[in-house]
Ligand binder design. Structure first.
Ligand SMILES: Cc1cc2nc3c(=O)[nH]c(=O)nc-3n(C[C@H](O)[C@H](O)[C@H](O)COP(=O)(O)OP(=O)(O)OC[C@H]3O[C@@H](n4cnc5c(N)ncnc54)[C@H](O)[C@@H]3O)c2cc1C
Length: 404
């Protein structure tokens, strides 16, 4: 059993293979020097200093040894489908009976002058997070390019460290595709209240390294902004290179069927790089979430051992910013109507219903502790494809639990 990519999905799949009783060799090959770790804290508690790198490990070091899972630190350069082997950059070859591709994604880069200047960072790995954390000194001016989830989480962490923070976002609103407009508006208000300078509709033209060591950000139609550090959070591209070169079917991601098997029998894919059929609509989709990596890894592992199990987890995602949490479950885009449940002053849940009145998605926002129970029940309504009376979803007098 060979796994390319020793990140969240790769590591979890290795563990699941052993737990499912596979007695033979398991090898995971990863380009990062670290054992598999979870990434969510990288933009949150790792930057604020509440957690350290060791606490992000997917499993204790000893667990890999106990389970006889071999971790090879190297980059796979190619797949030799004829010989059923992965070929490393240094020429070494690893043969497989079953292969899992779990290479994640690559950070998108800014295509403007100065994008590689010293002091410009992206955030994907533990090493990136350590480099950024060292720059979050009180009073330092941090400019964040991109108002997506990771950019906003970094903004919150940097404010919590006492930095001056500017967010540059080319759209007029935030998180447009991911959450309903009112939730995006609440996020803008939240960050402004906490002192973040929000530049919406801002187009960055160039980054200039100044003689004083700081960075000048040239924006369309605005004065230059001067920052100490620039963090670029404009998303990732799924890493499809190996699959594409080997001739596997690839679109946005590596295409897999409902059992997470690629177009080549015996080769599976999971995590950010996998493009799979939606359980709800059958349409191809990709998810860049912790829950997706976790559940696909376990499903793919069983199918590598011959289980033929369809992947049917309901999508779910969370984002923590300051003391607030945002959650999205299901596929809100499949909804044709929505109902809002106001669960507090600055807390609400948007339910998305399809033509039949089935709850196909929810987007909720509230205090990290206080709203947790309602958000969990809302997620369960999506998971169970509930079909409640819409007015009852909005009515605080009706407990969500009673609608399950
Ligand atoms: C900063 C940050 C914060 C996040 N916060 C949240 C959150 O709050 N909630 C949430 O739901 N999700 C969050 N996520 C998303 C979640 O962490 C990812 O969806 C998840 O890590 C994807 O797992 P993966 O195994 O597909 O990819 P990864 O974890 O990225 O692992 C892929 C690994 O494969 C390696 N690799 C790639 N190509 C090769 C090759 N050719 N040879 C060898 N190795 C290779 C890479 O180096 C990498 O180590 C966050 C992600 C980041 C970066």
């Amino acid at each position: 059993m060979l796994i390319v990519g020793a990140g969240h999905a790769g590591g979890r799949a290795a563990q699941a293979l052993r737990e499912a009783g596979w007695p033979g060799p398991i090898v995971m090959i990863g380009a990062e020097a670290h054992r598999p770790y979870e990434r969510p804290a990288l933009s949150k508690s790792l930057l604020t200093g509440e957690r350290d790198a060791g606490s992000c490990a997917l499993r204790p070091d000893a667990a890999w040894t106990q389970d006889r899972i071999e971790h090879v630190v190297a980059r796979v350069a190619a797949l030799d489908l004829g010989a059923r082997a992965a070929v490393l950059e240094d020429g070494r070859r690893f043969a497989y009976d079953r292969l899992l591709l779990a290479p994640g994604g690559r950070l998108r880069r800014l295509g403007i002058p100065g994008a590689d200047a010293e002091g410009v960072f992206g955030l994907r790995t533990l090493d990136d997070a350590a480099a950024i954390a060292a720059r979050l000194r009180p009073g330092a001016h941090i400019a964040i390019v991109g108002g997506g989830f990771i950019g906003l989480e970094v903004a919150a962490s940097a404010r919590m460290r006492g930095c001056r923070v500017s967010v540059l976002e080319s759209a007029r609103g935030l998180l447009g595709r991911a959450v309903p407009a009112p939730v995006g508006a609440q996020m803008i208000a939240l960050h402004r209240t906490r002192g973040v300078e929000m530049h919406l509709g801002a187009t960055l033209r160039a980054i200039e390294s100044r003689a004083d060591g700081r960075l000048g950000l040239r924006l369309d139609g605005a004065d230059e902004l001067v920052a100490d550090t620039v963090i670029v959070g404009i998303g990732i591209d799924p890493d499809t290179e190996l699959a594409r070169k080997a001739g596997l079917a690839v679109r946005r991601g590596v295409i897999v069927d409902a059992r997470l098997e690629t177009s080549v029998p015996g080769i599976f894919a999971a995590g950010d790089a996998a493009e799979f059929p939606s359980r709800a609509s059958g349409l191809p989709m990709r998810q860049e979430t912790w829950h997706n990596a976790e559940t696909q890894a376990r499903c793919a592992a069983l199918n590598m051992l011959g289980a033929a199990r369809p992947y049917d987890a309901t999508p779910w995602f969370w984002s923590d910013q300051y003391d607030r949490q945002l959650q999205v479950a299901g596929e809100p885009a499949l909804g044709t109507a929505s109902v809002v449940r106001k669960i507090g002053d600055e807390a609400e849940i948007h339910f998305h219903l399809d033509d039949r009145g089935v709850v196909v998605g929810m987007s909720g926002f509230g205090a990290a502790g206080g709203a947790a129970k309602e958000l969990k029940l809302a997620r369960m309504l999506v998971e169970r494809a509930a079909r409640p009376e819409p007015a009852r979803l909005a009515d605080l007098g009706v407990r969500l639990k009673s609608l399950l």
